[in-house]
Design a protein around this ligand. Structure first.
Ligand SMILES: N[C@H](CCC[C@H](N)C(=O)O)C(=O)O
Length: 304
């Protein structure tokens, strides 16, 4: 069988700097991992004058099922290393924005391998239900039968939580004091995480906004953390990670750093996200999801 070379129209979106190439799943892409690896490359990948960055953090293949009310979107995220992630908080917000643009609906159901997530779109702002974060060893998953709470893993004190995908969260004094690219790979591949883990740093922003100028205006707006995440599948730090932001709030609550059901602001390098982690109920993730451009790409890429 010969593969037909073709062109596909794609769009580029980002959620607080976590950027994705979006492809309608009806398009025939013969080799999704090769497509993702090629076009996500930060030096040689998809490039456009309307976009601040070459490449992307992943390719979202989205299948719109508009016959349902609310409309549904089956989301498959193929990462730059060719792997498929079970969940992506910012990707799911982008999926909702993409489907809202096509259907005019402001409520959508996003079907992911980690479960169905309800999204509400309000202009550029998208809120998505993220499920209940789990510290249970089987859910994270961990290669042991006890939870991993504030323990040393490869030199970093972390708490393990699953927010759709596994995160090892380290609460530190200042996220900028950690050389993430150096310390994260050993944690990400540690034996205790049989499926690997995303590595997320969190630091509390003082009420007076000392470690973050944005906090000055928001000092009375509830708890505020800064976040940095080294992502499995990207194998590097991203500008934002939605499951990581929820993980920061869930771990902060678990460690007693915050209480109650108030909204937590989590600020990765790419912007601000609003999180809730109510007891026994689905967490929520809210923030902007923005379209950058549309482009045409070859469906078949030369393997390198
Ligand atoms: N950036 C995504 C996470 C992708 C998950 C992935 N890196 C993995 O667990 O393999 C987010 O906004 O939640």
């Amino acid at each position: 069988m010969s593969v037909q070379h073709g062109r596909v129209t794609v769009e580029k979106y980002h959620g607080t700097g976590n950027d994705f190439i979006v492809v309608d799943a009806v398009e025939s892409i013969p080799d999704r991992p090769a497509f993702a690896t090629t076009y996500c490359d930060r030096e040689t990948g998809v490039d456009h004058e309307e976009s601040p960055r070459t490449g992307a953090d992943g390719v979202l293949f989205l299948a719109l099922e508009s016959m349902y009310s609310p409309p549904r979107v089956v989301m498959t995220l193929v990462q730059p290393d060719g792997s498929v992630a079970a969940m992506c908080g910012n990707g799911a917000r982008v999926a909702a924005a993409w489907a809202a643009e096509r259907t005019g609906a402001d409520e959508l159901m996003i079907d992911t391998p980690a479960g169905t997530r309800r999204a509400v779109v309000d202009g550029d702002d998208v809120t998505i239900e993220m499920g209940i974060p789990s510290f249970a060893p089987r859910d994270v998953p961990l290669a042991r039968e006890t939870e991993l709470i504030e323990e040393d893993v490869e030199g970093l004190t972390v708490t393990a939580v699953n927010t759709g995908v596994p995160h090892a969260v380290a609460v530190v004094d200042d996220v900028d004091d950690v050389d993430l690219e150096s310390v994260a790979p050993a944690v990400r591949h540690a034996d205790v995480f049989p499926e690997g883990a995303n590595v997320t740093l969190a630091s509390r922003v003082d009420a007076d906004g000392e470690s973050d100028v944005r906090a000055a205006d928001e000092s009375d707006a509830g708890p505020h953390f800064r976040q940095r995440t080294y992502e499995r599948g990207v194998e590097g730090e991203t500008r934002s990670c939605g499951t990581g932001a929820v993980a920061v709030a869930a771990v902060a609550k678990r460690l007693g750093l915050i209480d109650g059901d108030e909204t937590v602001t989590v600020s990765p390098p790419g912007g601000d996200l609003r999180i809730t982690v109510p007891d026994g109920d689905s967490a929520t993730l809210a923030g902007p999801a923005e379209r950058e451009f549309s482009d045409e790409l070859d469906t078949v890429v030369r393997s390198t």
